[in-house]
Write a protein that binds this ligand. Structure first.
Ligand SMILES: *Cc1c(COP(=O)(O)O)cnc(C)c1O
Length: 381
């Protein structure tokens, strides 16, 4: 028997309370059994998003929320600015191109964060840019982009929307949708929300709704105005993903009990302990600045293939982490501390990394990283 531990940046472990709730018999999505459940999930999402804007719920993975955020607010031929600092930044460009937008990219080297001044310069240089597309946490590189700083810039442009893919950042980072003026922010169920894959959430500001009235891109399934009209009546436009929304309510209940501040502090603490433990082992962080609290990206020691680390973690020790994507493939491995994560997820991850590297021939003393993690997690730093 090999006991399994899921420490990947999505899907993430689901707490037993949510699993139990999702095991209840099916109910009808337009019945009085379900409507209060959807209402409570909707209110819970607003709390989590720190917004009084509408937050719509889609039955899709996170990417569906990204696609809808392009098709509902933009028209073919309009100009978009994409912050491309990794695999998911690249996805923004692909989606925008797919809908005929004219894309300019700020290319950020993998492992680095965009500077708000770069965004400012681009917007000053081209006042026709209608939307700025960015990730909060770029999961492929473990970087957190300065959303507050970028929002401060975009806010000055009346005709430009800020669209944030917060799919892996929501819950792990304090994202102040209203205070910062984020127009559209996308979340997904299988990351910080501690649920199975299958839900996307999108918050929409008044500024963005005004643009939705003019956008001519085709949309049928991801029709945000239709979803807004329905969710105001505590329904969704098509059949609701009933089971997942029941789970969503439970997940939000758990987060509310912890309190938002404590949730963010927990993620910061777990991320810090992971990083320091890895450094104590003499490994290099792949993330060179502004590390995310969701996932830690680590360079593999010279002579060891990153994919081997990922495979050995899983096959020999039952730990599912993540490897590197594209240009980082073979060079890095990634450990998540996201959602339903606590002290012993980090201890497990670090202990398993030590055993894996030893097994692959790397010279290290067992317990070096674990001891550092224990110190930091016990002190609550
Ligand atoms: C996981 C993730 C997505 C969405 O992926 P799906 O497979 O569609 O859920 C998008 N952006 C980021 C930053 C992610 O981490």
């Amino acid at each position: 028997m090999l006991k399994r531990y899921l420490l990947a940046p999505g899907p993430t472990p689901v707490p037993p309370e949510a699993l139990m709730a999702m095991a209840m018999p099916m109910i009808h999505h337009r019945s009085p059994d379900f409507i209060p459940i959807l209402e409570s999930a909707k209110e819970g999402l607003k709390w989590l998003y720190q917004t009084s804007n509408d937050v719509i719920i889609l039955c899709s993975t996170g990417t569906g929320g990204m696609v809808g955020s392009v098709s509902n607010f933009f028209s073919p031929g309009e100009k978009a600015l994409v912050i491309n600092g990794g695999k998911f930044g690249e996805r923004w460009t692909k989606i925008c191109n797919n809908y005929g937008l004219e894309v300019t990219e700020i290319e950020v080297p993998w492992g680095y964060a965009v500077k708000p001044e770069q965004v400012e310069e681009a917007l000053k240089g081209d006042p026709d840019i209608k939307g700025v597309f960015i990730q909060a946490s770029e999961t492929s590189t473990g970087v957190y982009h300065d959303i507050e700083g970028v929002a401060g810039v975009v806010k000055k442009y009346d005709d430009t929307l800020l669209i944030v893919d917060a799919i892996s950042a929501l819950v792990a980072h304090d994202l102040r949708t209203d205070d910062w003026g984020v127009d559209v922010m996308i979340g997904g169920s299988q990351k910080g929300m501690m649920l199975p894959p299958g839900l996307a959430f999108v918050s929409v500001s008044d500024k963005a709704w005004a643009r939705a009235d003019k956008a001519t891109s085709p949309k049928f399934y991801f029709n945000f105005k239709a979803e807004r009209d329905k969710i105001q009546k505590n329904q969704t436009n098509f059949t609701s993903p009933v089971t997942l929304i029941i789970g969503l309510n439970e997940a939000i209940k758990i987060l509310k009990e912890e309190g938002l501040d404590n949730t963010f502090k927990r993620h910061a603490k777990l991320a810090n302990a992971t990083r320091e433990a890895v450094r104590a082992l003499g490994l290099e962080m792949f993330t060179k600045e502004s590390p995310s609290n969701s996932v830690t990206a680590i360079e593999t020691p010279k002579g060891i293939d990153g994919q081997e680390v990922y495979k050995t973690l899983r096959e020999s020790f039952g730990v599912t982490a993540a490897g590197g994507q594209d240009q980082a493939r073979g060079k890095i491995f990634r450990i998540a501390h996201l959602g339903y994560a606590d002290t012993f997820d980090v201890i497990t991850a670090i202990a398993a990394v030590e055993m894996t590297l030893k097994k692959l021939g790397h010279d290290l003393k067992f317990g070096t990283g674990v001891a550092v993690a224990q110190e930091l997690l016990m002190e609550g730093k």
